[in-house]
Structure formats: structure tokens, C-alpha cells
Design a protein around this ligand. Structure first.
Ligand SMILES: [Zn+2]
Length: 232
């Protein structure tokens, strides 16, 4: 059955670079995909571009990238670098989960040096809880999102232990093209070589999983238990 995937990140770049191939694959297979970014990532601006202007560039890039992949993009606008760890944010994400009804959610792993990424991890955990809580009255009825995976991200590398490999070879090129609409993808705004890192990482993960290109995912520890009545 085709998946409905929701990718939730602190910044639009995290959505596309670390979760975009998974979303693209779900759509390619006849499912649906939606990106959610908690901020516009506006403070990643290089010095010669004002923060507000850079935020609008990020918004335009996100819309274009989503269009290229056939995905939706929900751009929330909490301040970059200052995502508050509040129920208000978790409830906004809860409402998006109830509205889009994903069966798979991908987000940041908690082992990050970046405070926005750490907060996003906790916010999504709470949002999933609220989304499924039958007694929590919101506009839409409750929805249990099913599987939760954490994406491989160079900034969230502490104790990241992948247990799942996803073959992204059918959408690899298309995904890279969508990433390329972001002003930071080729290192224009800082030192990090996103294109080189993530395009190579997919090849490396493909080598380990015997796919041409792959992404590695980490299941939520609470979802690793398997219940069997026979070995298979
Ligand atoms: Zn980020």
C-alpha cells in the first residue's frame, strides 16, 4: 500500500535534504507527501542578504521544491534559532497531523547539537501524542500516525543508529534537483557542502543496503519491538 508521509523539520533545508527523498518516493509510488517546517530558516542568511529577505527566498524555494516533487509544504513561522518548546507549537503540529492524516512521520533525531532540532524532536513527539488522543478536542478528529522514523542529518549525528534502509534510487535525481532550488544547497551561504554530503551519503547507504542509492532511517525505540507467533 502506498504511504502518506509527513516530514517535519525545524528548517526547510532539513525537510528537503534529509527527508525529501523519502517524501518523493512515497509520491512516486502513488502515495502522498507533505513537508512541515517549523521556521523559514531565515537566520541562515549570509551577511549580504537581510534576514527577512532571506526568509522569503526560503519560502519561494520551498514552494518550488514541493511543486517539483508533487508534495505539499506547510511553512510555519516560528523564529529561526528560537523555536519555543511550548504546547502552542505542538498543538499546531498536532492539527497538521490530524488534517493530513499521515501513516508515516519522519523528523529529527534528538541527538543534535542544534537547539531547534532538539526542540523539534520533542515538539513532534508531543504532537503525535496529542494527534492520537481521542479526548483532545481539536478541529479535526484524532489520528494515529503509525510509524515514526528519524532522518539521518549531519547535525543530528550523536547516537544516531539506523535500523532501516529505504531504496530511493527511483527518485534520486529528482530529489537532488528539488534540493538544488535552495540557496544553501551548494554551500552558497556557509561552509557546509550539503550537495556533496547528502548526494554521497545516499550512495554510501546504498552500498550498505545493496540498493543503488538509499537513505538510512532510525525507528523510534518504542516501535522496535516485534510481536511474533512464529519465526519469520
Ligand atoms: Zn536545521
Amino acid at each position: 500500500m502506498a504511504s502518506r508521509v509527513m516530514a517535519i523539520a525545524a528548517h526547510p533545508g532539513d525537510c528537503l535534504f534529509t527527508m525529501g527523498a523519502q517524501v518523493a518516493l512515497a509520491i512516486h509510488q502513488g502515495g502522498a507527501g507533505v513537508f512541515v517546517s517549523l521556521t523559514l530558516g531565515e537566520k541562515g542568511s549570509p551577511r549580504n542578504i537581510p534576514v527577512r529577505e532571506y526568509g522569503e527566498m526560503q519560502r519561494a524555494a520551498s514552494r518550488k521544491a514541493a511543486r517539483m516533487l508533487g508534495a505539499d509544504f506547510e511553512l510555519l513561522t516560528w523564529p529561526d534559532a528560537e523555536i519555543p518548546l511550548k504546547d502552542e507549537v505542538s498543538l499546531a503540529v498536532c492539527d497538521l497531523i490530524r488534517g493530513h492524516k499521515p501513516d508515516t512521520v519522519i523528523t529529527h533525531w534528538s541527538g543534535s547539537w542544534h537547539k531547534d532540532h532538539q526542540n523539534c524532536h520533542i515538539i513532534v513527539r508531543d504532537a503525535l501524542f496529542y494527534a492520537g488522543l481521542a479526548t483532545m478536542a481539536r478541529q479535526d478528529p484524532p489520528h494515529n500516525a503509525g510509524r515514526v522514523y528519524y532522518a539521518e542529518n549531519w547535525e543530528d549525528d550523536s547516537n544516531f543508529q539506523p535500523d532501516t534502509y529505504l531504496d530511493i534510487s527511483p527518485v534520486y535525481e529528482k530529489w537532488l534537483q528539488a534540493c538544488d532550488v535552495y540557496p544553501m544547497w551548494r554551500g552558497q551561504t556557509g561552509f557546509f557542502r550539503y550537495h556533496d554530503y547528502y548526494s554521497s551519503l545516499a550512495v554510501m547507504r546504498g552500498c550498505l543496503s545493496n540498493f543503488r542509492q538509499a537513505v538510512a532511517l532510525m525507528s523510534d525505540p518504542t516501535q522496535r519491538t516485534r510481536r511474533l507467533q512464529e519465526f519469520r
